[in-house]
Design a protein around this ligand. Structure first.
Ligand SMILES: CC(C)(COP(=O)(O)OP(=O)(O)OC[C@H]1O[C@@H](n2cnc3c(N)ncnc32)[C@H](O)[C@@H]1OP(=O)(O)O)[C@@H](O)C(=O)NCCC(=O)NCCS
Length: 357
């Protein structure tokens, strides 16, 4: 309570002045990113021995060649901690400087405590608050939007946003229609104040719960305690209407990206790099085509990781920075979609650690 009052009074005492002399919202950006995936890699050939499938089918329908799968004992929070440490290192920020840790996940280690509390403790973010956020594969962008509100107002200054999944735990390894698609991993971003003109320009968040049944895990919650998986599937595993999700994904990626650009007063041609949720290379290619975005300005690593749900965008971001596909001054668009159904997009000017204000 005391620290909350202190933060609020600091906000009133030190408003951000944007050069006009009037208090304004602080510009907020990403100061560092990091990722981590389990060491164990499962290639398509290995899946050929588990279900009736072929490497040729998986590659031609999804673009996926391999995925990382957690070993027994490897946890969602553990993956998140490693990604978080790398993001802090890149940002040049000590864990004690963090005010908040948000973990976007659909595969928390426990119903409670929050995975974010475990990440907070194990990265050494001794001053930070922590909570999880659930918006499935759109979760990382949702979490960035939440973090941005806290920093914009001055309530918090440094936030670790993590997307972490051990999704292999909820994959039905007898269902060839889904088990070939997913993988485990984590990515993280440090969010903080940046110089005027940089950072996040706009967000677009959306939900259409009428499509809840199209991508769902029914067991584990309280909504359907009677579900026993009459079709032979474990109630705790993913059920999906693949082709309907595919069509939804292509449509919302196009629409949501256009909306964020429109809100920011930008055009498709202004975007240096689009980092979409990595679910299927055919979805990414179809959405890019609808947007009129050349493939060389679209980042994809789905071939190496499969769909890591909330972790896919931050893993891709970390690799885009590492490969220097994303550099300070670039205009970056992010777009994701997933269960809910849900979607989210954002556009920002990339700064990296040099942009910290
Ligand atoms: C799942 C997906 C790859 C399937 O591709 P598709 O071209 O739509 O294929 P279909 O579902 O029409 O299935 C075609 C056939 O392939 C079969 N098939 C499905 N998975 C298979 C596999 N791993 N190996 C071989 N055959 C497979 C189906 O049984 C079907 O056979 P049938 O025609 O005899 O019934 C695709 O629909 C997809 O990616 N959807 C979106 C999924 C997604 O991104 N989910 C996560 C969102 S966050």
């Amino acid at each position: 309570m005391e620290s909350l009052t202190k933060s609020a009074s600091r906000l009133l005492a030190e408003p951000y002045l944007n050069g006009t002399g009037r208090p304004s919202l602080r510009p907020v950006g990403i100061l560092g990113v990091g990722s981590h995936a389990p060491a164990r890699v499962i290639g398509n050939q290995e899946l050929e021995r588990i279900v009736e499938t072929t490497d040729e089918w998986i590659v031609s329908r999804t673009g996926i060649r391999q995925r990382h799968i957690a070993a027994p004992g490897e946890t969602t929070y553990g993956l998140g901690v490693e990604a978080g440490r790398r993001a802090l290192l890149q940002a040049g920020i000590e864990p004690e400087e963090l005010d908040l840790v948000i973990v976007a996940t659909v595969t928390p280690d426990y119903p409670f405590p929050a995975t974010a509390s475990l990440v907070q403790h194990h990265v050494g973010a001794t001053r930070a608050a922590a909570f999880d956020l659930g918006a499935a594969c759109s979760g990382f962008i949702y979490a960035l939007a939440v973090a941005t509100q806290f920093v914009q107002t001055g309530f918090y200054r440094r936030i670790l946003v993590v997307g972490a999944e051990r999704i292999s735990r909820i994959v039905n390894w007898t269902d060839r229609g889904t088990c070939v698609l997913f993988g485990d991993g984590a990515g993280a971003a440090v969010v903080g104040p940046v110089a005027a003109g940089a950072g996040f320009f706009s967000f677009d968040l959306g939900s259409d719960g009428s499509g809840a049944e199209l991508l769902v895990v029914k067991g584990g919650g309280q909504g359907h305690p009677e579900v026993t998986g009459g079709d032979g599937a474990l109630p705790e595993s993913i059920r999906m209407s693949g082709s309907e999700v595919f069509k939804f994904a292509v449509r919302v990626m196009d629409e949501s990206t256009r909306r964020v650009l429109d809100r920011a007063g930008l055009q498709i041609s202004d975007v240096d790099l689009l980092v979409p949720h990595q679910a299927n290379s055919r979805i990414i290619e179809a959405a890019a085509k609808r947007l009129g975005m050349p493939q060389e300005r679209v980042f994809s690593n789905v071939d190496q990781y499969g769909n890591t749900s909330a972790a896919s965008i931050p893993i891709a971001l970390a690799e885009a920075v590492e490969q220097e596909r994303l550099r300070p001054g670039h205009t970056l668009a992010l777009v994701g979609f997933g269960a809910g159904l849900s979607w989210a997009a954002s556009v920002l000017r990339w700064t990296g650690p040099e942009g910290a204000a």
